[in-house]
Every structure is written in structure tokens, then in C-alpha cells.
Design a protein around this ligand. Structure first.
Ligand code: SAH
Length: 280
């Protein structure tokens, strides 16, 4: 096995749980702390969106699947948290591996809280979240000086799995030129309607990035008015990150995966500024 670079790496001690982000999919987006954890774990408890390829990097460990998808009741969540407590109390080196970043729409905070409440020592290892890294793989910067000074991350469903209509869409819409939606596929119709009602135009650019950073990555470029129909036509499936706002236009210039195949940029000035990017 390739050794880790020289550094004073922390030791995953028996009885500890490390709550770790696995990144959005591409194994190369794992952090070195996560790799260090994979090398030492006795048991890896992983979620649905964690790439199988990563588990192969912990051949010595037992791999336990703890996935739940799409807004199921969270009775199961408590079982997962308590099983982590049990593994720790049994003296195992426990790695809890979650997709993206463990503290971004991943219930990592809840699991960590349960562990702390039970006196289990923890370490948190952040990861690259899909709403940033996944969009970057599609050539979409979540902030860009000519577009936005703020960005809002929202979840596409509430605790019970329903559309998040309790969100203050008007406030979000007013304050945030770029809105990044996680888990938004199921309820894209009410979400798009809420944004329209909050004043965002039908022509607002939208990008839908599915299976971001992995081989099956697909990107749909559409608008708020047509996003629902276009998702259906393209038969896109979750997981998907949905980016609402002019950031989505930047892909016309920055689709680096297409550029790498030799294609020219579609549009060098997607924001129609009529000047070089750095001249502001
Ligand atoms: N903690 C995770 C998010 C978990 S919620 C993170 O930080 O990324 C699950 C949602 O994340 C999915 O419904 C989808 O919206 C998004 N997601 C995670 N991985 C993704 C991927 N590879 N491509 C597109 N969306 C992804």
C-alpha cells in the first residue's frame, strides 16, 4: 500500500468514532485524513452515497452498510447512531463514512451528538460537499465576483420527506443570487414554483448535475421555467445537485471536462460582460 505522505497523522484509537466525509464520489476527492482513517479502521459504517471504491482502501476493516435514501422516517437514524456507540464500546476503531461532508445535510451533527451524549470520543473529518465539489466538476463556481456575494444551500425536503415549503423562499430568493439545492429531484415542481412565486424569473438559468464527479456524471442546463419538464425528458435520476442562478451559465466557458476532450469553449463570455474576466 502506498504510504501516506510524511506527517504526524492522528491514530484512530480503539473505542473512538471518526465521523468522516467521503467527498462527492470521485475517490481522489477524499482527504488525507479520511485515507488515514480508512487505513486504521476496524469497522467502516458507510452510507448509500459513499463510493464502493473507497471501501477497497480499508481491506482490513469490516464494512457495514447503513444507507437510507430519500426522506424515510428517521427511526432508523437512531439505530445507526446507537450502533456506532455499541461498536465503540466494544473497543473497535470505528470509521463512520458519509457522502460529501458529514455536517452538510448528512445528519452528521445528530450522530456526533448521540456519540458525545454517550461519552464516546469522536473526531470530525470534513469532506468536499457535493454542492461545491459536484458543481465544480460541472464547471460551475458557486461564487463568482460578477454574480454573487452569497450562496444559499437548501435541502429539497424537510424531515418528513415533504417539499420544504416552510423555507422562507422569498428571503432566500431576494438575498441569494445563487441557490444550491440538495435532494431536490423529488420535489422539483413545488421548489421551482416557490422560487417563481418569490420573484425569480422563468428564464433564470438552472443546472442539474447528477452523479457528480463520477463516470456517470450528467449535466442538464435549463431554466427555472423548464427544469421539471427537462429533467423528465432527460430521464435524470438522483443523486443530483441543482444550481439556480447565473453561476450555471459559467459552464458555457468552464466545462473543463469537455475542454479536456479537445472541444473548444462554447462561450468565452457567458455573463455578457464584454470585457476580460479580471478587469473589474
Ligand atoms: N453530506 C452530503 C449531502 C447528503 S444529502 C454532502 O455534503 O454532499 C444527499 C444529497 O447530496 C443528494 O440528494 C444530492 O442532492 C447530493 N449529492 C451527494 N452526492 C452527490 C453526487 N455525487 N452528485 C450529485 N448530487 C450529490
Amino acid at each position: 500500500m502506498t504510504p501516506l505522505p510524511d506527517h504526524d497523522w492522528p491514530e484512530l484509537l480503539p473505542g473512538w468514532v471518526w465521523l468522516c466525509g467521503a467527498g462527492p464520489g470521485d475517490p481522489g476527492l477524499l482527504t488525507l485524513h479520511a485515507l488515514n482513517a480508512l487505513r486504521q479502521a476496524d469497522i467502516v459504517v458507510y452510507d448509500a452515497l459513499v463510493s464502493e471504491a473507497l471501501l477497497a482502501w480499508a481491506p482490513q476493516a469490516k464494512h457495514v452498510y447503513a444507507g437510507k435514501r430519500g426522506g424515510k422516517p428517521s427511526a432508523q437514524q437512531r439505530d445507526i447512531s446507537l450502533s456506532l456507540v455499541e461498536h465503540a464500546r466494544a473497543g473497535r476503531r470505528v470509521l463512520r463514512l458519509k457522502g460529501g461532508d458529514p455536517f452538510v445535510f448528512g445528519r452528521g451533527g445528530e450522530e456526533a451528538q448521540t456519540l458525545v451524549q454517550h461519552g464516546v470520543p469522536i473526531r470530525i473529518i470534513p469532506g468536499i460537499t457535493a454542492g461545491i465539489g459536484g458543481l465544480a466538476y460541472a464547471g460551475i463556481p458557486v461564487t463568482h465576483r460578477d454574480i454573487n456575494q452569497s450562496v444559499t444551500f437548501v435541502t429539497g425536503h424537510d424531515q418528513s420527506g415533504e417539499a420544504p415549503l416552510s423555507l422562507d423562499w422569498e428571503a432566500i430568493s431576494r438575498a441569494s443570487p445563487v441557490i444550491v439545492i440538495y435532494m431536490g429531484m423529488k420535489h422539483i415542481r413545488p421548489i421551482a414554483a416557490a422560487l417563481r412565486a418569490a420573484g425569480r424569473p422563468a428564464s433564470e438559468p438552472v443546472a442539474v448535475v447528477t452523479t457528480a464527479t463520477l463516470d456517470g456524471q450528467q449535466v442538464l442546463e435549463t431554466t427555472l421555467g423548464t427544469v421539471e419538464a427537462d429533467i423528465a425528458t432527460a430521464a435524470l435520476e438522483p443523486p443530483a445537485i441543482i444550481c439556480v442562478g447565473r453561476a450555471a451559465l459559467m459552464r458555457q466557458a468552464l466545462d473543463w471536462q469537455a475542454l479536456a476532450t479537445g472541444a473548444g469553449p462554447r462561450n468565452l463570455d457567458p455573463l455578457d460582460l464584454g470585457r476580460p474576466a479580471e478587469s473589474a
